[in-house]
Design a protein around this ligand. Structure first.
Ligand code: ADP
Ligand code: MG
Length: 697
């Protein structure tokens, strides 16, 4: 066990390393900078950089990079070596404070949504001091935020950090009202559960659709899917187990608290959950986790699929964003407490989240929107596209009793008064029975379950933090004026629940009745990315994000363009890939098999009617018909692809991709899927679902 303790964080320039490697005054200065999130002075930066370099070089590192999260689906890094000529034909290893604090990657190829004119194509990266530097693959990685020269955010991390500040500011106002004088900061915490698929690499390499698009664009259902539910929590296969072991170790070295691992519902599907941490660290760690998953899989002859829907007909992969708010003194503000005072505070934060989720349903929906996730949301395996909150029967009953001023009939059996009585205790377990809810209260945190597996959690969390910050601001504005805090606070809890309880739903979110009911309640139902995204640039959204200085209006518009264009590009690549696979291989497989059948038919017929030809003629007939349909659907898709060249506004273009291109892909797929079941296996050019899903033995 000692080994693991030594291993953990061994590649991280963390607090313990800083304490031993930095002079006392510099260490103290660093601690202060980290806790306040302020900037490093050049003197401190130089000393820290030098200590970091020495430490990294001792660990075998030769390069450093500013590691950042541009508006693509991956993290970016550009490696520079530490070497510097020493004048005598030799080199010394150098790393300055300037290099540590700020980088200037030539960033013209990252999406900026028009924010960065080409003449100022250089963006710059700035160290996020709250996230420790680490060594990956012989390179010292400095976690950074990435901005344009004008200071506009070009990455996913900047708005996240800004949203954490916004929430901190507003939540502190509330805490002070409750007489809390000890907390200095409020942070949000996140534990993201990560789902993924593992398949054999050899199989993977035979599927261009997996390579180019991350998902299978066709494939008929395997004889066995997930119906027996014998994979969920099942014992791990040796290859998977070896992969998970190495993954855990690599993540531990990088300071990632990988904690839980198990098989998921679908065959070949698995999950990893870390212990929660501060949101921006959790975000960095989740990016690292996804990256390391892929590289370790590769080492084990496996391919790790992070796409939301790699296979049709069986569950896709999501990411559960467990989220809470806590003080720097370690108090979880979403944890019902022991005393009346703590409970009043809990209820106020709880109704703040309820109000935030109700008012900003659309923004939360957008934060979980992507072409990949469109396959999942609302498809009865994942939450629907409708946002609602699960509170559990007991907590709901408590809030309803408070609202009505009636007796709570649960265990407590007494009239409750906010801020006077304690909450009747309710067992935590009873709050987590509903797996269908998109936003579930699970005892001391909320679990936002709509995220896609490939997502950076930065997006959903900056939205969540900001919407809650806004409601806390409204609460604080009102309560700071109050002459009778206890009374007005209690009234605020009741009124807020009364006004926003339509968002609470404890039933089955997969049922059709819920769709009707939600509609009657006036909840929004944004079915797909193209429908959802326009609300991002609405007045309400711009007001919210600009007010809390999380995004400027230009940044919102640039992100909107990037997201829409990203959506179009994903579908474009899918279209080109399926066309290529059909034209390049599937058509010829169909022709080969038909010619084989036709030859056989001819031979049988030549034998003078002795042989029964029903099977061959039936097959030939069906495959010919399907081949004709294949050609027709292929033509439809190819002309749709051609039409995408027309000039259109971004929304019209995305709508075209959704309605024309994506539909054409889906229709072509239906024909291919049936052909796969008819064409002889020896002619079929691609591994089947059965082969892919059961490839790891
Ligand atoms: P389940 O599968 O039942 O949802 P898991 O144990 O797999 O539960 O995941 C729960 C996740 O919630 C873990 O990542 C855990 O660290 C995280 N979590 C627990 N408490 C908090 C908290 N206060 N804030 C954020 N995340 C939390
Ligand atoms: Mg969960």
């Amino acid at each position: 066990m000692k080994d693991i303790q030594d291993l953990f964080g061994s590649c991280v320039f963390n607090d313990a390393v800083m304490q031993t490697r930095l002079p006392k005054d510099i260490y103290k200065a660093m601690k202060k900078i980290i806790s306040e999130g302020s900037q490093l002075s050049p003197e401190v930066a130089n000393v820290v950089a030098n200590a970091m370099k020495d430490w990294a070089v001792e660990k075998g590192a030769t390069h450093f990079t500013h590691w950042f999260q541009p508006m693509t689906s991956i993290t970016a890094e550009k490696h520079d070596s530490f070497i510097s000529p020493s004048g005598n034909g030799k080199v010394i290893m150098e790393f300055s404070g300037k290099e540590l604090v700020r980088g200037e990657p030539d960033a013209s190829s990252f999406p900026s949504g028009g924010l960065r004119a080409t003449f100022e194509a250089r963006g710059y990266t700035v160290w996020d001091v709250t996230s420790y530097a680490f060594i990956k693959d012989g390179t010292l990685c400095i976690p950074t935020a990435f901005c344009s020269y004008g200071g506009e955010a070009l990455d996913k991390k900047t708005p996240l950090l800004r949203s954490m500040e916004a929430l901190d500011k507003q939540a502190m106002r509330i805490l002070r009202l409750f007489g809390n004088t000890t907390a200095q900061r409020v942070i949000t915490t996140v534990g993201p559960e990560q789902e993924y698929f593992l398949i054999d690499k050899e199989m993977y390499l035979k599927r261009p659709d997996l390579i180019y698009t991350g998902r299978t664009l066709f494939g008929s259902r395997p004889p066995k899917g997930q119906e027996l539910e014998d994979h969920y929590f099942g014992s791990l296969k040796p290859r998977v187990s070896a992969f998970m072991k190495e993954l855990d170790e690599e993540l531990w070295k990088l300071g990632v608290y990988a904690k839980t691992k198990h098989n998921e519902v679908a065959p070949a599907q698995h999950e990893l959950a870390p212990i929660f941490s501060t949101t921006n660290i959790a975000t960095d760690h989740n990016q690292i986790t996804m990256e390391i998953m892929k590289s370790i899989a590769d080492k084990h002859g496996l391919a790790c699929l992070l796409h939301e829907k790699p296979f049709a007909g069986i569950n896709g992969s999501g990411k559960h964003n467990n989220w809470s708010i806590s003080t720097d003194t370690g108090i979880n503000l979403l944890e019902p407490g022991e005393t009346p005072y703590e409970n009043a505070q809990f209820l106020l934060f709880l109704v703040a989240v309820i109000k935030a989720v109700d008012r900003y349903q659309d923004l939360l929906r957008i934060s979980a929107a992507s072409a990949g996730n469109d396959h999942r949301l609302g498809a009865n395996e994942a939450p629907p596209a409708i946002i609602s909150i699960f509170l559990g029967d007991e907590l709901t009953a408590i809030l309803e009793a408070l609202e009505a001023g009636t007796e709570y009939k649960g265990k407590g059996k007494h009239q409750m008064e906010i801020g006077v009585t304690t909450l009747p205790s309710f067992p935590k377990d009873s709050t987590d029975r509903n797996r269908t809810s998109p936003f579930a209260f699970t005892g001391n945190k909320f679990e936002f379950r709509m995220l896609g597996s490939a997502f950076s959690i930065a997006g959903p969390n900056f939205v969540l933090n900001t919407v809650v910050a806004e409601i806390l601001r409204e609460f604080a504005d009102e309560l700071e004026k109050s002459k009778n805090f206890k009374k007005d606070m209690a009234k605020l809890v009741k009124d807020t629940f009364h006004e926003h309880k339509r968002i609470v739903f404890n039933g089955n979110n997969y049922s059709n009745e819920w769709v009707t009911e939600a509609n009657n309640r006036g909840l929004s139902n944004l079915k797909n990315t193209v429908e959802a995204l326009p609300t991002f640039i609405s007045k309400k959204s711009v007001e919210l994000f600009t007010h809390h200085r999380v995004l400027t209006k230009q940044e919102i518009h640039s992100r909107y363009d990037i997201l829409m264009e990203g959506y179009c590009k994903v579908i474009h690549i899918e279209a080109l890939t399926i066309v290529d696979m059909v034209k390049g291989e599937i058509i010829s497989a169909c022709i080969d098999y038909q010619s084989e059948l036709a030859n056989l038919l001819n031979q049988k017929r030549a034998a003078g009617g002795h042989y029964d030809i029903s099977l061959e003629s039936h097959l030939l007939d069906r495959i010919s018909k399907l081949s004709a349909a294949l050609l027709k659907k292929l033509n439809v898709l190819e002309s749709a692809i051609l039409e995408t060249k027309e000039e259109r506004a971004v929304l019209a273009q995305a709508t075209f991709y959704r309605d024309k291109v994506f539909t054409a892909i889906s229709e072509l797929r239906l024909v291919v899927d049936e052909l796969e079941t008819l064409v002889a296996r020896k002619h079929w050019p691609f591994p089947t679902y059965a082969e892919l899903l059961y490839s790891v033995i």
